[in-house]
Design a binder for this molecule. Structure first.
Ligand code: AMP
Length: 397
């Protein structure tokens, strides 16, 4: 069974076509600069990459070009569009309405629309992607919405409420939602399988450390807490995002610098984080290189990231009454041995002991990186959000 996975942004549509019965990728690529000029990069597995710069005025044309590429006689990977059994869409925000993936119907589209204010950059684009597929694929092809927020919907109110006047929760749905849910769900399930343990029996802290980073506390097979909030700005400091700061800093800087709300939002999201601290880069590879060459602010940014990550793991152990497994995933979590070691350093008191002989140099593969006698098992599990979306889509249809 072939499942197409689409991750639609405001001017792009990333896609992967899976043969989900054996989990293989038949083709993947990206339609970029939609509505500007247009560039389609199409990578069929085992064949040469194909690039088209034909005009891409809107998402409907982009989706049509992706489908045409998939069935093309030369570089295509299927012979007819009807061989696509369903499409799984990554959707940022399902608000409080969805705790699992759903088959798209008018109600689902209404909720995605209702959540536009909560995910103003992503939800409109996600809906456009769904409607473009509906317009171009054979009638009746199921579309599935897989929400970034869904996994975290099991959090109790004490974890998701903010101590603001209650009316703002009622009026504007202001609360913690959390993101990267597909990744947290995937790696938490996968690590249980990998360790041969029952998912529901484990207390797991999942650490999704990439350009955006978030943590989740998973107990009794449910997400109990997560570090991102109403938006993906909260939690640990990230590439260019502040993470948690004293909220009073926001009006303070706005007044001092004469910034508008939009300008402040831009500063918090795009000019802060390890980039803002180091002045070097948002990329951890650049930071490690600069720190090695003696750049103190690059080292400070790395130290802050490790310290904040360590504090979140400690707080989640407290929240869950212990921890059995810590999992590292995403760009930094899968590739940066120094950062994994720095985050786990000084957590020996709670049973976290890293085995340097395994951790050092380990990149992008499933492994246990704690010592055999470590009370807490620490693992690296590469995330695969697209495969998870395809699997959820298959399960639903
Ligand atoms: P992601 O958002 O999951 O793609 O992660 C992106 C971040 O992961 C980059 O900004 C890098 O800081 C980091 N990263 C990716 N690959 C490596 C690597 N090989 N070594 C160190 N850091 C990496």
């Amino acid at each position: 069974m072939n499942i197409l996975v689409i991750n639609c942004g405001s001017s792009s549509a990333k896609f992967q076509l899976f043969d989900i019965d054996n989990g293989t990728v038949l083709a993947k690529g990206n339609a970029e600069r939609i509505g500007i000029d247009g560039k389609l990069t199409f990578k069929p597995t085992g064949k040469d990459e194909f690039v088209s710069t034909d005009p891409m005025p809107d998402h409907k044309v982009a989706v049509k070009m992706i489908l045409d590429a998939l069935v093309d006689k030369t570089h295509g990977v299927i012979s007819d569009i009807s061989e696509i059994a369903a499409v799984g869409h990554r959707v940022l925000h399902g608000g409080k309405y969805y705790s699992a993936s759903v088959i798209v119907d008018d109600d689902v589209k209404r909720v995605i629309r209702e959540c536009f204010p909560l995910g103003p950059l992503h939800n409109p684009a996600n809906l456009i992607g769904i409607e473009a597929c509906e317009a171009v694929l054979p009638k009746g092809t199921p579309q599935v919405a897989v929400f970034d927020t869904a996994f975290h919907q099991t959090m109790p109110p004490k974890a998701y409420m903010y101590a603001l006047p209650y009316e703002y929760y009622e009026k504007y749905s202001i609360r913690r939602y959390g993101f990267h849910g597909t990744s947290h769900r995937y790696v938490s399930h996968r690590v249980a399988d990998f360790l041969g343990k029952k998912y529901e029996d484990l207390k797991i802290v999942t650490c999704h450390l990439g350009n955006g980073s978030s943590f989740a506390a998973v107990k009794d097979g449910k997400c109990q807490d997560t570090s991102m909030g109403l938006t993906p700005l909260a939690g640990i400091c990230m590439g260019t995002r502040t993470g948690d700061i004293d909220p009073a800093i926001v009006p303070f800087i706005m007044k001092k610098e004469g910034l508008s709300p939009d300008e402040m939002d831009n500063l918090l999201n795009k000019k802060s984080g390890v980039q803002g601290i180091s002045g070097v880069s948002s990329d951890f590879r650049d930071l490690e290189k600069a720190a090695k060459e003696g750049n103190e602010r690059a080292q400070l940014a790395l130290d802050m990231f490790a310290y904040q990550g360590k504090k979140i793991i400690g707080s989640y152990a407290a929240a869950m009454g212990g921890v059995d497994v810590v999992v590292f995933t995403a760009g930094i979590g899968e590739n940066t041995d120094h950062m994994r070691a720095a985050i786990c350093k000084d957590l020996e008191f709670m049973g976290i002991e890293i085995d340097d002989s395994v951790n050092t140099g380990l990149r992008g593969k499933e492994a246990i990186i704690s010592k055999p006698g470590s009370k807490v098992t620490v693992c690296v599990i590469p995330t695969n959000e697209e495969l998870a979306i395809a699997q959820e889509t298959k399960a639903l249809i």
